[in-house]
Design a protein around this ligand. Structure first.
Ligand code: ADP
Ligand code: MG
Length: 269
């Protein structure tokens, strides 16, 4: 492959971090009404990391995610994605607590829209769409309407759509918070596998300590508002070749869990 290739599959970012957050603060409002929601935060996320942000409600997790997505600008400091200013809507695949799909359309056409937006030719889209649906465990339901499928399946479609974005970066804001416990566990397991297979860089927001430690290759705990980094913990658990039960039974899992839980309690105090 030459350096002028436009296939978009090989990262060509050189030494640039996947995401760099430098001395970032974010304030809302003016004068007496001003609230500092976040910062200052310094954070470098390397390509392929699965970074989980944990912290109490209102500590600035979603604010940090929106800054990385390019939906907002920092009040001070700088955010870069692959060395450049983030491009809202194009720089990352996004998944929110609610799937935000087009309910009157089919599963397939919701994913197809994202592929079209990413610039794929019609001739390539059907195969790509089916591969993405397969990857999130949704074989054979491309023709179903969104309103006909379960909440867990809808969230799977939302993940497939995020993977359709031609970007190395996935941003997920409490994507499983509205699901029942069993569905949530299944989706955690599948997302863990999908992320290992696709080598995406992921930033995932949750307030569940278990979810954070199970999913993250690195866990960041934010203090209460204005959110600052209270803990930055690499989680050294196998990303492939171990079952979820085996991972949860490892001593390193229990140790990381108690470290994160302690930091969350201390940060909220
Ligand atoms: P989290 O996702 O951790 O629950 P948020 O990032 O949503 O927290 O919010 C952090 C703080 O910033 C909260 O106190 C919230 O009220 C405030 N905030 C967020 N967005 C806005 C906004 N658009 N205008 C004013 N205040 C905001
Ligand atoms: Mg939030």
């Amino acid at each position: 492959m030459t350096s002028t290739s436009t296939s978009g599959t090989a990262p060509t970012t050189g030494t640039a971090a996947a995401v760099e957050v430098e001395q970032v603060t974010r304030r809302y409002g003016r004068g007496d009404q001003a609230v500092t929601a976040l910062g200052p935060v310094d954070l470098r996320i390397d390509t392929g990391e699965f970074l989980v942000l944990v912290g109490a409600s209102g500590c600035g997790k979603s604010t940090l995610l929106r800054l990385i997505a390019g939906f907002e600008e920092p009040s001070t400091g700088r955010v870069t994605v692959a060395g450049a200013a983030p491009e809202p809507g194009r720089g990352a695949g996004l998944v929110f607590q609610q799937p935000r799909l087009l309910p009157w359309r089919t599963v397939g056409s919701n994913v197809d829209l994202a592929l079209r937006y990413a610039g794929l030719a019609a001739s390539e889209r059907v195969a790509r769409r089916d591969a993405l649906l397969h990857r999130v465990g949704l074989d054979g339901i491309a023709h179903r309407r969104i309103w006909e499928i379960s909440g867990g399946q809808q969230q799977r479609v939302a993940i497939a759509r995020a993977l359709a974005v031609d970007s190395q970066l996935l941003l997920l804001d409490e994507p499983f918070a509205a699901l029942d416990a069993l569905t949530r566990e299944r989706l955690q397991e599948d997302l863990r596998q999908v992320s290992a297979e696709t080598h995406r860089t992921s930033v995932f927001v949750t307030h569940s300590v278990d979810e954070a430690v199970f999913l993250g290759s690195r866990v960041i705990v934010l203090s209460k508002r204005p959110g600052q980094i209270a803990l930055d913990l690499p989680v050294d658990l196998p990303r492939t070749g171990a079952t979820p039960d085996e991972i949860r039974a490892l001593p390193a899992y229990a140790t990381a869990r108690s470290t994160v839980a302690h930091a969350v309690r201390a940060a909220a105090a």
